[in-house]
Design a protein around this ligand. Structure first.
Ligand SMILES: [Zn+2]
Length: 99
């Protein structure tokens, strides 16, 4: 991780707390960071919640690693257009923890 990404710019404190819990509980699986031609990094993974629902967050990080360029997920919150969901935030947290 080159830059420092401030997730509080993208999610509120409640969603951030959810994301931290998802990350801490090891619910982020198959985390993969793929470098794109333009230097950005596409993160993909699976979040398995306590009900065994699987969500598939995807986040595109800027080349300097301090911005989220794009985020998508198939959970109800993301589909409702409520902004970045806890799964996408958890994906970023897990990636930052590893890199
Ligand atoms: Zn989600």
């Amino acid at each position: 991780m080159k830059g420092k990404l401030d997730l509080s710019r993208y999610v509120n404190s409640q969603t951030l707390a959810q994301a931290e819990a998802i990350c801490r509980d090891g619910q982020v699986n198959h985390l993969n960071g793929q470098q794109q031609k333009d230097g950005s990094t596409e993160l993909t993974g699976k979040c398995v919640d306590s009900f065994q629902f699987v969500d598939h967050p995807r986040v595109l990080l800027s080349a300097d690693g301090d911005r989220v360029l794009h985020h998508a997920c198939d959970c109800p919150a993301a589909r409702a257009g409520a902004g970045m969901c806890a799964h996408c935030a958890a994906l970023v947290l897990a990636y930052c923890a590893e890199n």
